[in-house]
Unconditional design. Structure first.
Length: 362
């Protein structure tokens, strides 16, 4: 199924432009609200230098990167939680994602209208957050009502859910995001089926231009994010639109000339990976080297299932080589001679950069 980041924001802030840059796709981009009605979905590879280093040693026929799914969701407006601007449909699309990329307009341009006629990051964020909060409030209220009807069944779990949801609704009533509520791991697990919008991890993408005013808006956004404990990725969408059309040599020359150290796009993908709490493990062979994305803390049996259900069903053991050892010794034979290959069972916790070889019998 893959891990999904939803790209949200007000209309005309640059969501579809960003999506196009990430996927090099052809999402509709226009200067009017609700240009994107159905969500566009793009699979974006994760740039990882380690896979290139491994390939230089093994020379595989095929290289496959880890990936994240990005979903371009239509612009939200005031009243979205009550159905304004097809809001209920768009909020439902966000609920299906694992993390949120909130695009904030940090530029002025007379040719691109602002839906509320004023570029102000704090106001724009408040509008979006208010709709997320209201949507979660309604969902919370409905579920408390449904669970209270079942209370006669004397289910201990039902009572626990009601207790947690009441904590949530009290927090939402104060117009606060649920991610700022101190819920423990068990409490979050109890209500995870509701996929609350305001519990999802969020990063802000500041869509900028080259003016000093744009830097002023970025400063404002950074202050907001700092209070929330969120991150901000600045991006010059128009500039990067030109860069992605260049070949590698032209791109390197352009970036050097204008002192651009890294593409904002790569930063967004990397930040999305961290936001989703993902790590990478590798399967390495002559036919293929593949990077696999998996939740941090996953076991070897979960990693086996990620590759193929047969691997987990008939799991015997897993051979683990650390990336740094593979780079150092450059062959499995040498690695075994040096005692650097480990044999692990089902409960082994996969580490970032592990090279795995599963032994199974089906």
């Amino acid at each position: 199924m893959g891990f999904k980041c939803g790209i949200i924001g007000l209309p005309n802030v640059g969501k579809s432009t960003l999506f196009n840059l990430l996927t090099k796709g052809n999402s509709a981009v226009a200067n009017f609200p609700f240009c994107t009605i159905k969500p566009n979905i793009g699979i974006v590879p994760v740039v990882d230098e380690r896979i290139e280093h491994l390939a230089k040693i093994v020379s595989p026929k095929k290289i496959v990167n880890a990936f994240i799914k990005f979903i371009d969701i239509a612009g939200l407006v005031k009243g979205a939680s009550k159905g304004e601007g097809l809001g209920n449909q768009f909020l439902a699309n966000i609920r299906e994602t694992d993390a949120i990329v909130h695009v904030v307009r940090c530029f002025k341009n007379e040719n691109i209208t602002h839906i509320y006629n004023k570029v102000e990051p704090a106001q724009d964020i408040d509008i979006i957050n208010a709709e997320l909060i209201l949507s979660d409030f309604d969902l919370c209220e409905k579920n408390i009502s449904q669970l209270q009807k079942k209370i006669s069944l004397k289910s201990n779990e039902t009572e626990k859910k009601i207790h947690v949801l009441k904590k949530c609704i009290n927090h939402l009533t104060k117009f606060l995001m649920l991610k700022t509520l101190n819920l423990n791991k068990d409490e979050k697990e109890l209500i995870s089926y509701l996929r609350f919008l305001t519990l999802k991890p969020i990063m802000y993408v500041a869509n900028m231009n080259e003016t000093k005013e744009s830097c002023y808006f970025l400063d404002k956004l950074n202050k907001i994010a700092k209070k929330e404990g969120s991150i901000v990725i600045p991006i010059y969408a128009n500039l990067e639109s030109e860069l992605v059309e260049m070949n590698n040599e032209e791109q390197k020359s352009f970036m050097k000339e204008f002192n651009i150290k890294t593409l904002g796009l790569n930063s967004i993908v990397s930040a999305g990976y961290k936001l989703l709490n993902l790590i990478t493990f590798f399967s390495v062979g002559i036919k293929e080297i593949r990077a696999w994305e998996i939740l941090n803390g996953s076991t070897s049996i979960q990693a086996a299932h990620k590759i193929h259900s047969d691997f987990s069903r008939g799991f015997i053991r897993v051979e683990i080589i650390k990336y740094i050892d593979f780079i150092k010794y450059k062959s499995e034979v040498k690695i075994k001679e040096m005692g650097k290959m480990r044999i692990e069972g089902k409960r082994y916790c996969i580490q970032d950069g592990d090279i795995v070889h599963f032994l199974f019998n089906v």
